[in-house]
Every structure is written in structure tokens, then in C-alpha cells.
Design a protein around this ligand. Structure first.
Ligand SMILES: NC(=O)c1ccc[n+]([C@@H]2O[C@H](COP(=O)([O-])OP(=O)(O)OC[C@H]3O[C@@H](n4cnc5c(N)ncnc54)[C@H](O)[C@@H]3O)[C@@H](O)[C@H]2O)c1
Ligand SMILES: [Zn+2]
Ligand SMILES: [Zn+2]
Length: 364
């Protein structure tokens, strides 16, 4: 099969033939239908976190089941699925506590380089995020998959697996934003736009979208933003405080920069909660004014919005099919596997919410 392979950090991905193994007892072989380009992939391509190379990235995926291992009873060939990097074992302390996104079983959630599912000649190829969706086929553990209705378009379904489950989960599961709340979302790429949309679905009264690209702010209105702020113009914190007479109840950082994390904490009203979704480089630190803890301000992290994929993804499908979750405007471009490097360049130029690779012959 063809795959986009990361050979060297900081270099373009290379399209090449990669071999894929047959399903083991708990594994499922999929034809990839669609895969979104997420900024986390770009972080890894740039070497922000080192993985054994060569490797195949891509973790925002949908597909069609081609074959299943002997212990897989809930899926059969032809089923439509969404994959997520938060594969879970169902047995460890984190899973039993309902924190499936934090599953620590490294037999199921294998670090890059451990799985022997992909290869090129004699050379192993790392499966990254347990999925490796930048390829025509995927071989994954059954607990990385969620079956979806066949009337759900597969190109938009792919976005549910990372950007949408993360952004909406940060709102629904992490912050638990109630109706009438005031919210600010800093960074309106795929993840931030999903957080804006989640806040709208939750019934937030005020949703302030903040980005340094004007086009993203226009887009944010289509996802439910009531106000927008161009980050490059003036003091973001002062402007949010002015607009809300003292700060928001909930802020969401969807970029991964110390400066914007600090903004998210400072723009809170007393008692408010900042949820940090953006991925930090190892060793990066944000600085918090300690005296503000007396104001009962809170700051918390988020892994895939604490997703419980088997509950959350079918619900998000329903919300999309009812017209309440906006996925249509999140697909800025449909591209082919060979256009992947241009897709990441467009992300870096701030031109797209999401580029989605759509594969031939698998329904859109
Ligand atoms: N915690 C998780 O589970 C999880 C899951 C998915 C993605 N992520 C991370 O979330 C972050 C966002 O991912 P994405 O795919 O939406 O990225 P993206 O590149 O699509 O979006 C980032 C947005 O931030 C804006 N931006 C950049 N610098 C800014 C600044 N200084 N002020 C205001 N806006 C600025 C950009 O214009 C862009 O719109 C990344 O760090 C990604 O790795 C985390
Ligand atoms: Zn992602
Ligand atoms: Zn587990």
C-alpha cells in the first residue's frame, strides 16, 4: 500500500510503498477512507517529540473494515468506523476509573516503534498514535475503533476522531460549561473551532473567538462565536476583561504556546477555569501569577477532551446529522495523499481549518 512516510524530522513526507501485516486476534484491517491533517502531526514532523523513524503519522481517521481478527466480534467487513488515538484496554486503573483517554496499557496503546504492523523491506516502520492514517490501509487494535452509521459521510466523520472530540470534549467533559456561561477560545484551528461549536451546543451565552488570522475569526462565527478578537491587535486579556466586565468563566487554549496559556489564565474572572488543550513542546513552561489562586482560578489539562470514544463519537454523529454540529465548514480542502506536504504548508500559513485527505474508491 502507499503511505506518506516521515523519513527525517523537518523534511517533507515521502510517498512510498509500505507493507502491512495481517490482523492478529484483536486487530482490524481497514481501508482508510479519509484522514485529517492535525497540528499534532506537524509537531511530530518537526521533531518536537522524537519517535523512531521512519514512521507514519495520521490520527484523525475514518475507514471501512476489510478484515477482522478472531476475537473481534463487534465489527465485520464493510462496517464504517472512526479511529482515535485514545485506544483503551478497558482493564487498567485509568480505564476502570472512566479515564479511557489516559489508558496506560502499553500492550494496547503502543508507543511508536513498538508495534510491528508496518514495514518497508526488512526495515520496521513506526506506527504512530496506534493508527498511522496517512496510508491507504490501517491495522489497529479493535479498541481504537468506533462503528458509525453508514449515512454519516466518511470525510467529515474523520474529523470526529481528533479535532472534534478534543474541542467538544474540552467543553463538555473537562470544563463542563453550563448554559449561559461566558467562554473564550484562544486559537481557532480545527480544535479551537470545535471548542467554539461545543460551547454553542452547551448553550454558552458569550463565546469569544481569538486568533491572529482574520479568516479564522470569520470562520469562528459559523461555529457559534458571538464575538471575535484579533490577537495581534492590542492587549487580548484587557480586551476580554473589558468585553465581559471582569473576565470569562471558561477559557480554552487551543494552540500550545506559553504566552497564550498565560493569557487564558489571566482573562478568567474569579473562580474561572482555563482548560489547556494545545500541545506543549517538552520542557516548555508557562508562568502563572500565584496570587491569583486566591481568586479560586483553576487551570487544567486535557487529553482528547477526556474522550470516551464509544459514547462520544456516535453522539457527535447524531449532532452532525441533526445540523447542530458544524463539520461542513471545518473541511476547508479535500486533498489527495500526494498533496499532503502542501496541506501542512497551508496549515502553517493559517489558510485552513482542516485539510482532509480523501482516498479513492471509499465513499465520501
Ligand atoms: N490535548 C489534546 O488532546 C490535543 C488534541 C489535538 C490537538 N492538540 C493540539 O492542539 C493545538 C491546536 O491544534 P489544531 O490542529 O487546531 O492547530 P491549527 O494549526 O489548525 O490551529 C491553531 C490556530 O492557532 C492560531 N494561532 C497561532 N498562534 C496564535 C497566537 N499567538 N494567538 C492567537 N492565535 C494563534 C492559528 O492561526 C490557528 O488558527 C496543537 O498544539 C495540537 O497539537 C491537542
Ligand atoms: Zn490531532
Ligand atoms: Zn486501560
Amino acid at each position: 500500500m502507499r503511505a506518506a512516510v516521515l523519513q527525517e524530522f523537518g523534511q517533507p513526507l515521502v510517498i512510498q510503498e509500505v507493507a502491512i501485516a495481517a490482523p492478529g486476534p484483536d486487530e482490524v484491517l481497514l481501508r482508510t477512507a479519509a484522514v485529517g491533517l492535525c497540528h499534532s502531526d506537524l509537531h511530530y514532523m518537526q521533531g518536537m517529540r522524537k519517535i523512531p523513524l521512519p514512521g507514519v503519522l495520521g490520527h484523525e481517521v475514518s475507514g471501512v473494515v476489510e478484515a477482522v481478527g478472531e476475537r473481534v466480534r463487534d465489527l465485520q467487513p464493510g462496517d464504517h468506523v472512526v479511529g482515535a488515538l485514545s485506544v483503551f484496554c478497558g482493564l487498567c486503573r485509568q480505564c476502570l476509573g472512566g479515564r479511557f483517554a489516559l489508558c496506560m496499557d502499553t500492550e494496547v496503546k503502543q508507543p511508536p516503534g513498538k508495534a510491528r504492523r508496518l514495514s518497508h523491506g526488512e526495515q520496521p516502520v513506526s506506527q504512530v498514535f496506534n493508527l498511522s492514517g496517512f496510508a491507504e490501509k490501517m491495522l489497529v487494535h479493535r479498541n481504537a475503533l468506533v462503528q458509525i452509521r453508514k449515512d454519516m459521510p466518511l470525510d467529515r466523520a474523520a474529523l470526529l476522531g481528533c479535532a472534534v472530540i478534543t474541542g467538544t470534549g474540552a467543553v463538555f467533559r473537562n470544563a463542563q460549561v453550563p448554559a449561559g456561561a461566558s467562554v473564550a477560545v484562544v486559537g481557532c484551528g480545527g480544535v479551537g473551532l470545535a471548542a467554539v461549536n461545543g460551547a454553542q451546543i452547551a448553550g454558552a451565552a458569550r463565546i469569544i473567538a481569538i486568533d491572529n488570522v482574520p479568516g479564522k475569526l470569520e470562520l469562528a462565527r459559523k461555529f457559534g462565536a458571538t464575538d471575535t478578537l484579533l490577537a495581534s491587535e492590542g492587549d487580548v486579556v484587557a480586551r476580554v476583561q473589558e468585553m465581559t466586565q471582569g473576565g470569562v468563566e471558561f477559557s480554552f487554549e487551543c494552540i500550545g504556546l506559553p504566552a497564550t496559556v498565560e493569557q487564558c489564565f489571566r482573562m478568567l474572572q474569579p473562580g474561572g477555569t482555563a482548560t489547556i488543550v494545545g500541545l506543549f513542546a517538552p520542557g516548555a513552561k508557562a508562568s502563572i501569577e500565584g496570587s491569583e489562586f486566591f481568586l479560586e482560578k483553576k487551570i487544567r489539562g486535557s487529553a482528547l477532551g477526556s474522550a470516551r470514544i464509544r459514547d462520544d463519537i456516535p453522539r457527535l454523529v447524531e449532532l452532525y446529522l441533526q445540523g447542530r454540529l458544524n463539520l461542513d465548514d471545518m473541511v476547508s480542502r479535500r486533498i489527495r495523499l500526494e498533496d499532503i506536504n502542501e496541506g501542512f504548508a497551508a496549515m502553517q500559513r493559517g489558510e485552513v481549518a482542516r485539510s482532509v485527505i480523501v482516498f479513492d474508491g471509499v465513499g465520501g
